[in-house]
Design a protein around this ligand. Structure first.
Ligand code: WTA
Length: 628
C-alpha cells in the first residue's frame, strides 16, 4: 500500500475522498509511516483561528521514517550523490546506512555539547553533506533547526540567531561558490558579536584555509563520535524547524513547522508530484537554506527512500553547461529547479546543452516564481526533448510543501500554469472586498480554505503576527499573498505577489526590509522600493530615494548596494535607483508604490487619480527625472 496518485482517476477519487472525509483520508496516510505511538486523532483545533494540530496524540521521530526504515530494508541503497562546486574535486556518495551513521555522529556531537530537545541550532553553511546530516541530527534528538542561507550578511544572520535564541551555531570555514569562496566563518564571527544566546559554535573545515576563530573544529568531533544514536520520542506537534522568510512588513518571520504534519506533507507531495520510482535519480538544485531544499532535499526524497543528487555549486561554473553535465553524469531522471536558472541558461550558447546526454530525464519541475512562456517552452523542448512532463509547483515556506501542481504524467502539464490543487487542498479566489468569487473563470487573491498537514503552525515567538499576516485579511481563510487566475476547468495560473513582497530570482524579498537597509545609508533620508519585470531574475529591484541630489545616481547606487549587502546580503541588491525630492504618499502617509511602479514602467496613462495624494506635484517631478 503506498496510496500514490497513479492515474487521473485516482487523483479525482483522492480529491473527492479527502473533501468528504478528511479524517479517514489522512488517517490512512498516517499509517504509511513508522510511529512509536500511532495517532488516534487526525485534526484538532480551529483553522480560522490559526490553531491547528495534526495527529496530535501520535509519537514518532521523523528520522526513523527518513532513514532507519530504509536502512532496515535496503541499507546499501545510495541516498546521496554529492557533487562538489568544482567538478575537479572528488564526489562523495552515501548509502542510506552511511547517512544514518553520519546523522547519528552529528547528533552525538550535539548531545555531547548539551543540546537538548527544543533547543535551537542555527546552520550557516554551504551545501556540504554535513549540512544535511546536521539538520537530520537535530531532528534525531528533537532540537529545532534553523538554517540560514549562506548568502545572508552577518547582520541578517545575527538577527535570525537572536530571534530564535539559538544556543548552537554551525558554520564552515569557507563556502565555495563558483569561482569565489564565501568567508562564512568570518561572517559568523562578526554576527556572534551581538548574539548572547550562543553557547557553542562549530566550524567545519571545507577548504584548506586555516580556521580563523576559536570555534570548535567539527571534523575531528564528527570522526570520533559514536555512530549510533537513539531517536528522541517526539510528539506529533513538537517543533521540527524554523525557517525565516521575508514578509511585506518589518523583520523576517520565523515560520515554525512541526513534526508529523510536515512529514506527511513533504512525503506525500514528493511522491505524488514527481512520481519517482525506486531506481530513479532525483535532483533538486535548491539550497537547503530555502524551504525547497528542506522539503525536497532533506525530507521529501529521504522519506520516500529515493536516491538524489546534492549539488554544492552554481549553474554557470565552470561553464553554463554545468547543470546539464551533472544530469548526464548521474543519469538524473527528475530535475527540479527555478525559472530564473532556466532563463539564465537559456540565454547561453546552446552548445552547452547539446554537449550533454540528457536522455535519462523523465520529469522536469519548476518552483519559486511564475515561469514565462519562452522559458517554459525552452525547458520543455531543449531540455526535456518534448518527452518530459513539467510540474510547475506552486507553494510557499508557510505551506511546507507543494500545494498546486500537475502530477508528472498523471494530470496534464499546461505551459505556465500550476494547474490543479493536490488532493486535500481547496484554493479559493477572493476579491478585494473579501467576497469569494464563485465563477469558475476568474482572477483574484489566492486563499486556502481548509487545513492541510504541512502548514506552518506559527511565527516563532509571535503568534499574533502569524494570525495577523495569514488569517486576518480574509476571515476564516489562509491568505497566501499571491494573486491567481482560474480557468473554466479549474486550472490555476499564479500571477505573482499582491502584497509588498518582491520575488527576485525566486527569492522573497520584502520591500520594507530593503527600504530599512537603504535608509541606513548616511546620505539617504527615505526610500521606496518597487519590483519591475527583469529578463533573467523575473523581478528586479528599483528604488526611489530622497537624498543627496548632487551625487550621480550611479555613484549612489554602488554605495547603497554596499549598505544593502551589509544589512541583508547581496541577494537584495538594487538594479537601479533614482534620487527624488519626495515620495508620493496617501494622506495617511503610506507610500503609493503602485504609482511608482507605473512611472517606472512608463505607463503614465495608468497612474490613476493622483489628486488624492498628499503631494501630487511630486509625481510630475519624478516622471521628469525618470525621463532623463
Ligand atoms: C512564489 C518557495 C508562481 C509565490 C517554494 C509564493 C510561485 C512565493 C511558484 C513563495 C510557482 C512559488 N509559480 N509563483 N510555481 N512557486 N511561487 O516561500 O509568489 O520562498 O508566494 O517558497 O514564491 O516563496 P517561498
Amino acid at each position: 500500500m503506498n496510496l500514490r496518485v497513479d492515474s487521473k482517476d485516482t487523483y479525482d477519487q483522492f480529491s473527492k475522498e479527502c473533501l468528504s472525509n478528511n479524517f479517514d483520508f489522512w488517517m490512512k496516510r498516517s499509517r504509511l509511516f513508522s510511529w512509536f505511538k500511532e495517532p488516534e486523532t487526525v485534526l484538532t483545533g480551529e483553522f480560522s483561528k490559526g490553531n491547528i494540530k495534526w495527529f496530535e496524540d501520535g509519537q514518532l521521530n521523523i528520522t526513523v521514517n527518513a532513514l532507519d526504515r530504509h536502512v532496515k530494508k535496503n541499507p546499501d541503497k545510495i541516498a546521496i550523490h554529492w557533487e562538489p562546486n568544482d567538478p575537479a574535486e572528488p564526489i562523495k556518495t552515501f548509502t542510506y546506512k552511511e547517512v544514518l551513521e553520519n546523522v547519528c555522529k552529528f547528533a552525538n556531537v550535539l548531545k555531547d555539547h548539551d543540546v537538548k530537545k527544543g533547543d535551537r541550532v542555527c546552520f550557516y553553511m554551504s551545501m556540504v553533506p554535513e549540512l544535511l546530516f546536521g539538520v537530520l541530527a537535530c531532528a534525531r534528538i528533537g532540537a529545532i533547526h534553523s538554517v540560514v542561507f549562506g548568502g545572508f550578511s552577518a547582520k541578517a544572520l545575527s538577527e535570525r540567531i537572536n530571534d530564535c535564541e539559538a544556543s548552537v551555531v554551525v558554520t564552515v570555514n569557507e563556502g565555495p561558490r563558483g569561482n569565489k569562496t564565501i568567508p562564512l566563518e568570518e561572517i559568523t564571527k562578526e554576527a556572534l558579536e551581538t548574539c548572547k544566546s550562543v553557547k557553542h559554535t562549530f566550524v567545519l573545515k571545507r577548504t584548506n584555509k586555516k580556521s580563523s576563530s576559536e570555534f570548535k573544529q567539527l571534523n575531528g568531533l564528527l570522526d570520533s563520535a559514536g555512530s549510533e544514536c537513539e531517536p528522541e520520542v517526539m510528539n506529533a506537534e513538537d517543533p521540527l524547524f524554523i525557517l525565516y522568510t521575508s514578509g511585506s512588513t518589518g523583520k523576517p518571520k520565523g515560520l515554525l513547522h512541526t513534526t508529523a504534519g510536515y512529514m506527511t506533507w513533504a512525503a506525500e507531495t514528493y511522491k505524488n508530484v514527481f512520481q519517482a520510482n525506486d531506481n530513479d535519480i532525483f535532483w533538486c538544485s535548491a539550497d537547503i537554506g530555502w524551504i525547497t531544499g528542506h522539503s525536497y532535499i532533506a525530507y521529501g526524497p529521504m522519506l520516500n527512500g529515493s536516491t538524489q543528487v546534492m549539488f554544492e555549486g552554481i549553474p554557470t561554473f565552470p561553464d553554463a553547461g554545468r547543470f546539464w553535465q551533472v544530469i548526464d553524469k548521474y543519469k538524473v531522471t527528475h530535475f527540479y529547479t527555478a525559472p530564473t536558472a532556466i532563463r539564465a541558461l537559456q540565454a547561453c550558447d546552446e552548445r552547452f546543452v547539446d554537449q550533454a546526454d540528457l536522455s535519462s530525464l523523465k520529469v522536469l519541475g519548476t518552483v519559486g516564481e511564475p515561469i514565462n512562456e519562452e522559458a517554459w517552452h525552452w525547458y520543455h523542448t531543449k531540455i526535456g526533448k518534448e518527452l518530459c512532463p513539467i510540474v510547475d509547483t506552486w507553494w510557499q515556506t508557510e505551506t511546507g510543501g507543494i500545494m498546486i501542481s500537475s502530477m508528472a504524467g498523471i494530470t496534464p502539464s499546461i505551459p505556465c500554469q500550476a494547474t490543479t490543487p493536490l488532493p486535500g487542498i481547496v484554493p479559493e479566489l477572493v476579491d478585494n472586498e473579501g467576497r469569494v468569487i464563485e465563477e469558475q473563470e476568474a482572477e483574484g487573491n489566492l486563499c486556502i480554505s481548509i487545513p492541510w498537514p504541512g502548514m506552518a503552525r506559527t511565527i516563532y515567538g509571535d503568534h499574533e503576527r502569524y494570525l495577523q499576516t495569514y488569517f486576518s485579511t480574509y476571515e476564516g481563510k489562509y491568505f497566501t499573498g499571491d494573486g491567481a487566475k482560474r480557468d473554466l476547468v479549474g486550472n490555476y495560473r499564479i500571477t505573482g505577489r499582491v502584497d509588498d513582497v518582491i520575488n527576485v530570482s525566486g527569492h522573497r524579498i520584502g520591500t520594507a526590509e530593503v527600504e530599512d537597509a537603504i535608509n541606513e545609508h548616511e546620505q539617504i533620508v527615505e526610500s521606496a522600493v518597487i519590483g519591475f519585470a527583469h529578463d533573467i531574475k523575473g523581478q528586479g529591484l528599483f528604488a526611489f530615494v530622497i537624498g543627496d541630489e548632487s551625487k550621480s545616481d550611479d555613484d549612489l547606487l554602488s554605495s547603497v548596494n554596499l549598505e544593502i549587502t551589509k544589512q541583508i546580503g547581496p541577494i537584495a541588491k538594487l538594479d537601479g535607483l533614482v534620487v527624488v525630492p519626495g515620495l508620493p504618499k496617501t494622506r495617511s502617509g503610506k507610500i503609493m508604490r503602485r504609482v511608482l511602479r507605473k512611472v517606472h514602467e512608463g505607463n503614465l496613462d495608468q497612474l490613476g487619480d493622483t489628486s488624492t495624494l498628499l503631494n501630487p506635484e511630486v509625481v510630475e517631478i519624478i516622471i521628469k527625472k525618470m525621463r532623463k
